[in-house]
Design a protein around this ligand. Structure first.
Ligand SMILES: C[S@@+](CC[C@H](N)C(=O)[O-])C[C@H]1O[C@@H](n2cnc3c(N)ncnc32)[C@H](O)[C@@H]1O
Length: 344
């Protein structure tokens, strides 16, 4: 059985950061009105699975088509059982990539365990090279940690890795309309710290989101973003960055809010999204989830990965294109490049 599936597994709902643009919504808002319905995400861990259920599923990854598991959330490294789950997934022969806010890496032992477990990649979120700006865009709940601790966490991980082979360490930046300069500013900072890869990603918000007008790009914002992405492509300065096709998708996605048909989409073919409650979707796009008929709703609870991903098309033809889609590219098609599994 070919191993070509990537699971984006949002393991746990809670996060010590309170980013107002987060796909998981705002804790304070959800305390008043918890979101209901398939696919809805929240930082309130009401339906998060028990570790034994997760472990049972992870053990079935051996011999399954799953090649890579990207552990995200919420924050995956604020929960101790994540470390043993990583070991189970690695023992099943899968690559493991962690998407983290970076602060847990400052805690004694966490960075060392990631190195010892042979984690393949660690992607750390940082939205600005400027500390005050980053901490406004990505505020921690306590107000006591932010940009400085994120950089400390990255340096701790790089130090634990030393001259060893892994993990590869990267920075992901959510790009908003009034700060195109972050594309090259964060790249410069990433080079200074010595990280391996860097991925700028367009912000994606539904049109009724309160930050939509302020943060989401309009066609008028395209030239400035295009210029920054071109400069990054021309001079990555030793960083591994997504390939030029990603830059074209980035520009195409911020040029319109419309849906579009994505031929040969990999959602449901090579990418699946697992929610903290165990629900499995073709991808995290809310449009795609909303369009999934109830008889096709699936879960990892009690499931065997060998059967769950056995019957799937070679590719799908999706009519639910949104800005989200572009953020999935590096996870699936781009990950071998970012993990230096192929020539750049
Ligand atoms: C939801 S977080 C989970 C992992 C981890 N807690 C972290 O902070 O990286 C994964 C990534 O999604 C990004 N993200 C969240 N909401 C987004 C949105 N509306 N548009 C684009 N990216 C978003 C975050 O900035 C982060 O880089």
């Amino acid at each position: 059985m070919p191993r070509d599936v990537t699971l984006l597994w949002a393991l746990r709902s809670p996060c010590s950061f309170a980013c107002p643009h987060c796909y998981f919504g705002e804790l304070e808002v959800h305390k008043e009105a918890p979101p209901e319905g398939p696919g809805l995400l929240s930082h309130i861990p009401l339906r998060d699975l028990d570790r034994t259920v997760m472990e049972a599923f992870a053990q079935t990854l051996a011999g399954s088509p799953v090649e890579r598991v990207v552990l995200a959330g919420g924050e995956p490294l604020d929960w101790l059982p994540t470390l043993s789950l990583i070991k189970t997934i690695k023992d099943a022969g899968c690559e493991v990539v962690i998407a983290t806010n970076g602060v847990p890496l400052t805690r004694p032992g966490i960075a060392r365990r990631l190195v010892e477990h042979g984690v393949d990649g660690v992607s750390v979120s940082l939205d600005s090279a400027d500390a005050a700006t980053n901490d406004r865009l990505r505020p921690s709940r306590s107000g006591r940690v932010g940009h400085r601790e994120v950089l400390d966490g990255i340096r701790t991980l790089l130090g634990e890795r030393g001259s060893g082979p892994g993990p590869r360490v990267g920075i992901y930046t959510v790009v908003i309309r009034d700060r195109p300069q972050e594309i090259t500013d964060v790249a410069r900072l990433a080079r200074e710290i010595g990280v391996d890869y860097y991925v700028p990603q367009p912000i994606s918000l539904p049109p009724d989101h309160k930050l939509f007008a302020e943060r989401c790009h309009t066609p008028g914002d395209v030239p400035a973003v295009e210029d920054e992405l071109r400069r990054l492509q021309q001079d990555p300065g030793g960083l591994t960055i997504p390939d030029p096709a990603y830059t074209r998708q980035f520009i195409a996605s911020i040029s319109t809010q419309d849906s579009g048909r994505v031929e040969d989409c990999y959602g449901g073919a090579q990418l699946f999204f697992v929610q903290p409650d165990g629900s499995v979707w073709d991808c995290p796009s809310d449009r795609r989830i909303a369009a999934t008929p109830p008889q096709e709703h699936r879960t990892i609870v009690g499931a065997d990965a060998r059967a769950l991903f056995a019957d799937r098309p070679a590719c799908t033809d999706c009519s639910h294109f949104s800005r989200d889609c572009v953020n999935m590219g590096p996870l699936v098609l781009g990950m071998p490049r970012l993990l230096a599994r192929e020539a750049t």
